[in-house]
Design a binder for this molecule. Structure first.
Ligand code: CP
Length: 318
């Protein structure tokens, strides 16, 4: 048996790859790593000599920056390839791009792509561990983990926490991953938005649905989603002004004791009022900070711990 066959190939392609134990272990590791953020010397030698490649076919600020910094803080080498400005512009396919990068023997490839299943294709084409950093409207598992971490740090628990996710659920990989992750750890997701922006039949997954913004009052956490104009083929609401009037999260719609989250980037004045975004109830900056330690924990877990399950890549992307 060759060395490449013996090597465990564990991936994080979606929240479905995680057991509750996996998720809790990653959150516990992240908690331990958080202590390093306040040290004068923040670097750990843990992944020295390893290579983490970021392969991004869509724009990103938080996910790309935090994966790059997470790898560096663990002493791994990093390489970032954005599709724009690369040979993708000359027509090179995703598979050929992945095979090209695989020639440098990366340990982890972090993939963001507008097409569902792209990270699965990279996992099938290379020997690297692959992390899905967002594929179309499908999955964004590390966002879900960092959101769980943020909620647990803020409220001290996850079990039984009521999380109202308000906005454009239909086009949101963040919402799909977060609903799965909340159900995994015993929290209670509620989706709030106009019928056109809530996937039909999603109640079957175990979450509740309301089309009234008044339902936010019952939640411990109000999780605000951006209108994902880049994934909309037609108009889903009569106008942004009407959407804001009906579902925008304003100070009047946040009750004392609630916390407010948003994965970013925020459209201030559309789905979230700036007075809420900048209020003491807002965990938006905490989410960004959590992203660093949770992504450090994911890299650590994939490369050193017998955790995340092997997933057979099955999807094909042109
Ligand atoms: N939340 C999130 O994925 O942000 P970026 O698109 O900036 O990475």
């Amino acid at each position: 048996m060759s060395a490449s066959v013996e090597r465990p190939r564990r991936h994080l392609l979606g929240v479905g790859d995680l057991t509750r134990e996996d998720a809790e272990r990653v959150l516990d590791t992240a908690r331990g790593l958080e202590r390093t953020l306040d040290r004068e010397v923040k670097k750990l030698p843990t992944l020295r000599g390893r290579l983490v490649v970021n392969l991004f076919y869509e724009s990103s600020t938080r996910t790309l920056a935090s994966f790059e910094l997470a790898a560096k803080r663990l002493s791994a080498d990093t390489m970032t390839l954005r599709s724009s400005g690369s040979s993708v512009d000359k027509g090179e396919s995703l598979r050929d791009t992945a095979l090209t990068l695989a020639a440098y023997d990366p340990d982890v490839i972090v993939v963001r792509h507008p097409h569902i299943g792209a990270p699965h294709l990279v996992a099938g084409a290379t020997d690297a561990h692959v992390v899905n950093a967002g594929d179309g409207k499908h999955q964004h598992p590390t966002q879900a983990l960092l959101d769980l971490f943020t909620i647990r740090e803020a409220l001290g628990r996850l079990e039984g926490v009521a999380v109202a996710i308000v906005g454009d659920v239909l086009h949101s990989r963040v919402a799909r991953s977060l609903v799965e992750a909340l159900l995994l750890v015993g929290a209670e997701p509620l989706l709030v938005g106009p019928p056109t922006l809530i996937p039909r039949g999603i109640e079957a997954t175990g979450c509740d649905v309301s089309h009234s913004v008044d339902a936010l009052a019952h939640a411990d956490v109000v999780y605000v989603l951006r209108m994902q104009a880049e994934r909309m083929e037609s108009a889903y609401v009569p106008s942004l002004r009407e959407y804001t009037a009906l579902y925008g999260v304003t100070p009047e719609r946040v009750r004392p004791g609630q916390v407010v989250m948003h994965p970013g980037p925020m459209n201030r004045g559309v789905e979230i009022d700036p007075r809420v975004a900048d209020s003491g109830a807002s965990l938006v900056t905490a989410q960004v900070r959590s992203g660093l330690v949770v992504r450090m924990a994911v890299l650590y877990d994939l490369l050193t711990a017998p955790g995340l399950r092997v997933v057979a890549p099955v999807l094909e992307v042109a």
